[in-house]
Design a binder for this molecule. Structure first.
Ligand SMILES: [Zn+2]
Length: 693
């Protein structure tokens, strides 16, 4: 996945929330279809549309004990895992299997073999721990770090929003900001176990409590790995010192949103000058990474800070840090004691879940994470018919047309900028469902009785695949999400929008529903992704994916003024999370939400016109087309996060919480006021209605 990829939904799912326990019954959720009757007609839509559209759903769907939130979105994610699970059970048992079925099926079977995993305990990871224990001199750090980077899941080596939970630093392949045709090695800040740098730096009571509990968790993990309690307690303190040092050196999440701040291209000599204590030639040699004339160093100060820590912290502190980082990265593949402890901190304390998900769910998710394009083949064959792809493509085209029209109608842009905006939109590639060419995993050895070995070999395969891209032309057709994922993304550097098959199911996409409902639900997601190409980040990239200013200065100033309106509006207290939202952090997502719904509404209007209808026509369910549209929009965000997860989300990622994704957006729209006869002065009619697109 690329550094600037922005997703539609919520990026919290990648964290270590999923751990282990007893196999309890877990009913397969059913797909939920939109129903306008879900609205609570006793409430006033103009006073709080979220409550009007969602409160009945929320009451009927409390957060399950093993989840950190509820929502129609969560429900679909659960359904997808169940669907994937069915294909994996088949693949694990079948005799006449395709190569992809063998890999995915045997990987899944090895994960389900809990008896073998528990019997082995820490043993499968012992060679790595021994290598770390032998670290005698800090000059050996590059080789040891490389050996760890070759076994942990490569997703941990790039970042998800503000979550940098890899080991020491991140490494991934990224298109050159100046020339997106060329792939560069990127070196990024990472190495922090908590969900963001603010978790180390903030001084409020909640942050202090989380850090105190984290220290206990680190000590417990080290103790489980064989350290004495005394040693583990001391080592946990060293881990905290190093991670806090990395957090202090790391770039702030808002500064990272400006690609200019990340665009630091350096030769190997220049990279080396940042860290006299860490030999990059030794590291890259140990990684077997191809040489590159240039490297992208996203945060040079982070690497300067890392170097200071290498100098100041004694070698035994580094052994403790690497030992814990390796344990936490691999905990999900170890015996139940590790899995439970990992869940207790990351699942229970940080995300508020009450119990662990059943093992089959976690094993299905692991297979998806490690061999996603093998596991995904059977999923799309069974659950994503070609007709869905066709109808989706038609909607994407209609919504792109709406943006072309919107660009033409923008009185605040000059003809020069308008022309280039059209060129950028026309050059965008729309990817629907799944890749045209699947990744070939034939060289990854997968054994039915070696779960951790399978995970390690899959990680090695994936990191090698990424390193091999250094210096090569970028591939715009690759995917950064697996097919069953309930999410979508826009990538400004490949100029693509991407919709995995997992989100093209009810209630987002529903072949049985009328156009107003599909345009309100998946249409808003399509519009959201298209708008990302023209939000405060996306607009800085041109049609070819290069970071290039194609705006006249007057047009850029007009853009910034409109953007400021959105930023001010979303800089708000979020009582349910106990923290304040920073509108500068969420500006891109909020702009995409607000722009996306305008585009999809305009596409719906054109579609209805062709059918001889308009937005005020009554749909077969007796509700107007426009009311159905807004109810369907709200429906996909109905739900809530546990307070712990809400706090992490507001602090570390750009998406507003569901309540604000609904209410702030509709209150900016005269069309909403028209649909529900709201008038000026009511909460769902902003006095100052913001509009970028
Ligand atoms: Zn987004």
């Amino acid at each position: 996945m690329r550094s600037l990829t922005v997703c539609a939904v919520i990026c919290l799912l990648g964290t270590a929330v999923f751990a282990e326990n007893n196999a309890e019954s877990d009913p397969t959720p059913t797909l939920q279809h939109f129903n306008p009757e879900q609205a609570d007609r006793s409430l006033d839509p103009c006073s709080d549309f979220f409550e009007y559209a969602c409160s009945k759903w929320i009451k009927a769907n409390p957060v399950p004990a093993d989840q950190f939130g509820s929502g129609t979105f969560f429900n679909l994610a659960k359904w997808n895992v169940s669907a994937l699970h069915a294909t994996l059970e088949d693949a694990a048992k079948a005799t006449n299997r395709t190569p992809a079925e063998q890999k995915a099926g045997d990987y899944y079977a090895s994960c389900m073999d809990e008896a073998t995993i528990n019997k082995l305990g820490i043993k499968p990871l012992q060679p790595e721990l021994d290598r770390i224990a032998k670290l005698q001199n800090k000059s050996q750090l590059p080789e040891v770090v490389a050996s760890i980077h070759q076994i942990i899941r490569p997703a941990n080596l790039n970042f998800i929003d503000a979550q940098y939970n890899g080991v020491l630093f991140g490494i991934y392949a990224v298109p050159d900001f100046a020339d997106a045709r060329v792939t560069l090695p990127a070196l990024d800040q990472s190495g922090m176990g908590l969900p963001g740098r603010e978790f180390y730096l903030n001084d409020d009571d909640k942050s202090k409590e989380i850090r105190a509990n984290y220290l206990k968790h680190v000590a417990k993990m080290l103790e489980l790995s064989g350290e004495t309690q005394r040693q583990a307690t001391a080592d946990a303190q060293s881990v905290m010192t190093i991670e806090t040092g990395l957090a202090k050196a790391a770039m702030d999440i808002v500064a990272r949103r400006d690609p200019k701040n990340l665009n630091n291209k350096m030769s190997l000599e220049q990279v080396q000058a940042l860290t006299p204590s860490f030999s990059w030639s030794h590291y890259f040699a140990a990684m077997h990474a191809p040489a590159s004339p240039q490297y992208l160093v996203t945060a040079p100060d982070f690497f300067r800070g890392m170097d200071k820590l290498i100098s100041s912290e004694p070698v035994d502190h580094w052994r403790a840090y690497l030992r814990y980082s390796t344990l936490t990265s691999m905990a999900g593949f170890l015996s139940e004691d590790f899995v439970s402890e990992q869940f207790d901190f990351f699942g229970r304390q940080l995300a508020g879940a009450k119990k662990i998900q059943p093992r089959w769910r976690r094993c299905s998710q692991n297979t998806d994470a490690d061999l996603g394009e093998a596991a995904g083949q059977a999923y799309v064959a069974k659950y994503f018919p070609p007709e869905s792809k066709e109808r989706m493509l038609q909607m994407v085209k209609a919504i792109e047309t709406a943006l072309h029209e919107d660009i033409d109608a923008a009185t605040w842009m000059s003809p020069e900028t308008i022309k280039l905006a059209h060129a950028k939109l026309s050059a965008q590639i729309d990817k629907i469902g799944y890749p045209d060419h699947w990744i070939d995993y034939s060289t990854v050895e997968i054994k039915r009785d070696d779960f951790l070995g399978n995970a390690r070999r899959a990680a090695r395969f994936e990191i090698d695949r990424r390193l091999a891209k250094f210096g090569k032309p970028a591939n715009r057709y690759e995917w950064g999400m697996t097919p069953p994922t309930v999410n979508a993304y826009e990538d400004p550097q490949t100029n693509t929008i991407n919709f995995p098959a997992g989100i093209l199911q009810p209630p987002f996409f529903d072949a049985e529903q009328i156009d107003a409902v599909n345009y309100g639900a998946i249409g808003a997601v399509i519009g959201h992704e298209i708008t990302h190409g023209f939000d405060d980040q996306g607009r800085k990239f041109d049609a070819d994916g290069n970071l290039k200013d194609w705006w006249t200065s007057a047009d850029a100033a007009n853009y910034d003024q409109r953007d400021q309106c959105i930023q001010d509006q979303y800089t708000q207290d979020v009582p349910e999370a106990g923290v304040k939202q920073n509108g500068k952090l969420s500006a891109g997502e909020d702009t995409a939400d607000n722009g996306g719904i305008h585009l999809t509404l305009s596409a719906l209007q054109s579609t209805l016109k062709k059918q001889g209808k308009d937005l005020d026509s009554l749909a077969p369910d007796g509700v107007t087309e426009l009311q159905n549209f807004f109810l369907a929009y709200a429906n996909v965000w109905c739900g809530e996060l546990r307070p712990e997860a809400a706090r992490t989300a507001v602090m570390t990622q750009g998406h507003s919480l569901p309540r604000y994704r609904i209410n702030n957006v509709v209150a900016n729209m005269p069309e909403f006021a028209h649909a529900f006869s709201c008038h000026a002065g009511q909460p769902m009619v902003h006095a100052n209605q913001c509009r970028v697109w």
